[in-house]
Structure formats: structure tokens, C-alpha cells
Design a protein around this ligand. Sequence first.
Ligand code: NCW
Length: 480
Amino acid sequence: MPKAPLPKDFLWGFATASYQIEGAPHEDGRADSIWDVFCRIPGKIADASSGDVACDSYHRTHEDIALLKECKAKAYRFSLSWSRIIPLGGRNDPVNEKGLQYYVQLVDDLHAAGIEPMITLFHWDLPAELDRRYGGLLNKEEFVKDYENYARVVFKAMGSKVKYWITYNEPWCSSILGYSTGLFAPGHTSDRTKSAIGDSSREPWIVGHNLLIAHGAAVKAYRDDFKEKDGGQIGITLNGDWVEPWDADDPADVEACDRKIEFAICWFGDPIYLGKYPDSMRKQLGDRLPQFTEEEIALVKGSNDFYGMNHYCANYIKHKDGPAEPEDFAGNLEMLMENKAGESIGPETQSVWLRPYPTGFRKLMKWLSDRYGGPVIYVTENGTSVKGENDLPLDELLQDDFRCEYFRGYIGALADARSKDGVDVRGYMAWSLMDNFEWAEGYETRFGVTYVDYNGGQKRHPKKSAKAIADIFDGLMEKE
Ligand code: NCW
């Protein structure tokens, strides 16, 4: 019999994030995060909603765990709400035992159900007080110390029970969407010529820098005081979209593709694996890109036990001549182009930024593996919304063949990356276990393998894809 492409200990499951599912924003001592504040600004969220109720998971953890069991998941990636654990956020602020115990109990319940927890410490929901107090992610001195303190509180409480830690989810989003386009909390935009801290065309790069150092500080804390006795691993999760040249015969477009990946991924990946920012970024941004001190780079270089890869889509890239403006999307020379009619990389989904193209997933894994010397990779998110899904009657919506095909294509591509390209990928978390609060898109966009009836008592209805994933893995993994 031919060898199965995935080993029997391959870790697969589903992912969620605290603000997107929990609700209960002021229960048991939780205080506001920057997302609670952002949602109150008129016009920021497509349907004027917020995560106030979301999937009510804070009160329904047992239902969620039952869903995971039904899906035969081996693992569950979820994030912690810093504002539940240290409501005001800072190192001199009190720890909220009730908030902390909620997560300790969740971890215990997952273990009792035979499901491996994978914890993201920080999925965008910074305690609002830290933003008010000192400018949040813009303030390196304060933020790095507060983040390390928060991480230590969590490691101390759960280190012995949790083997997979992720310091941060998609820092590109916090930096660019939070401090350049203004689409995400806290909503700074590059057209603000001045901010409390300084020139806002510098803010995204400062935030990215500070996040890298905070990641390094948390990893050092874990390695110094917890890793050996607890035996876990820690890494960061980065955005991971693939790119293809708009015109493959135009060398400038081909070069722009590498530059685009460098700005989106290597911005964080290179300092961690190679000890410096990509040359393309330095060349384009000059002194807007902060410099690492020797001490900082010592903290950041080598700070991943594994590479957490989120992946959703691929885009055509066309180069742009002329100097970059801060207003350019992500300060890149390249622009995100509309796909040529009839030549889309993938079909449309409900999310403007997402077009499925499984080949791009396989290519990106190989690209990263080559650039970073074959790191262990855990795919920490992959999934899709479906165009018009929200408007379908329930019985049709539950037959989500588009999503089933998406997962078949992507998980197949992952298996090929492992068995044919030699990529050391050891896990896969589908996004998401259930429909949830899709940030600026509100509730109109659904990514779940489970339908959540927000107006019908939050009832969960598994879609066809909830079962499909187990079947796909069953066909690809070695048997016990
Ligand atoms: S929004 C986003 N996502 C989705 C979100 O639900 C999850 O929390 C994230 O980790 C699904 O996966 C990630 N990513 C942002 C994509 C970039 C959007 C660019 C907009 C440009 C107009």
C-alpha cells in the first residue's frame, strides 16, 4: 500500500479568536479592549455590530467543545482575551482570577474531551486602557514590559497544560489595518499627519517593530522559565497570502511579487529567522523603518520554535513605477490589482480580499521553507467565506459544497507540500469552528463550518464542511 502523505500524529482541528466568539464583554471583571471601543465608532463596522454577544461562547464552552468532538478534531486553537485576565492590562494592574480561571477550565475541559489546546496569547484585542494610558502598541518601553508580564501570568497558570503557544496573530493586520488604512482598531490612518506619538506615516512600522520585540520578550520568558519543565513550543502566526505576477513576462512584475511577500510576511519572518528586515523594505522605507538595537535583535532572532502560517488567498501583483507614498496600500510599490476578467486566480467569496487558489498555498509553503531553512510549520488558519451565503435559506446554507471543495483543495495541497516538496508541516487549523464576528465586516460574512443562528438563541448548526474535514484527513493520514 502506498505511504499516506500525512503522519498519524498530524495535528488538525479548528481555530477561533476571543473577541470574535466570546461575547460577555463586561462579565466577571472583563474590561474594554480596543475592539470594544472601535466598534462604538459609527461607520467602522459594516453592519454597525460589535462582539458584545458574538457566539456567546463565554457561556457556551461546552457546546463548542461538543462541536469539536462531533467534527473529530484533534486540536483547538483559540485566543485569550487579555482584558479578561488583566482588565487594565498593565504589569502593575491586578490579575482577574475569574477571567483567568475561565481559560484554565476551558483547557481542562478540552483535555477531558481528548482535544489538544493551542493558545494564541493575543489576537488583536489589546486592553483599551493601555491604548489610553500610553498609546498601546506604539509605545515600545511600556508595551513590551506589559505584554511580557501578561504572557508570564498565563504561562504560570497554564504552562503545564498547554503545549502549543502562539504569541501573536497576524501582526501585519494590527500594523497596517490598525495604523495605516484605519480599517481595524484602533483605526489610525496614514493621512493623519501627526499623532500623539509622531508622524503617522511611521506608525505601522513602529507598531510592527514593537510587536516583534514583544514577541521576542515573551518567547524569552517562556524559554527561560517554563519551556524546559513544561515541554511546550512557542511561535508567532503570520499572514500568508501568495502572489502571482500580473504579467509573468514582465520582470518588474515578477520582482514586485517577491517584494510584496517581503512586505507582508518577511517583515516579521526575516527578523525572526534571519536577524534583519528585508532589504526591499529598508530601501523603500528608509528611516521610517525602525532599526533594531543589538539587544533587540538578539531577542528576536531565533525566537520561533515553529512557524504559524495563516493562509487564505492569492493575488496578482503589478509593479508600480515612481516613489511609494504612505497612502499606497501598505506602503508598497505594488498595487493589489483587480483580477483580469476570465483570468481570476480563484472564484469570488464573500470577502473582497479572499480568492481561493490551493496551488498558491503549496507554493508559499515551499517558498517559506526555502527562505527559512525548513522550519516546522503549523497552519494556524485556512478557510473561506462563501459569496451570498448569509442570504441563503438555512437548509441550503448548510450544504456548503463551495467550502467543502475549498478544504479538499487546500488540505490536498498541504499533503503534497509535505510529501512531495519536503515541507515540514505538522498541523492544520481550519478557520473557523463556527461563524463569528468578522471584525470590520460584522456578521454578514461567515467563515464557520458551523452555522450560528444569531437571532435564534445562538443555536449551532453544523454545515456539511464540518464533517468533510474529518473525512479529508481520514483519507490522507496514516492509520493508527
Ligand atoms: S480579517 C482577516 N482574517 C479573518 C479573521 O476572522 C481572523 O481573525 C484573521 O486571523 C480570517 O483570518 C484572518 N484577515 C485580514 C485579511 C486582510 C484584509 C485586507 C483588507 C484589505 C482591503
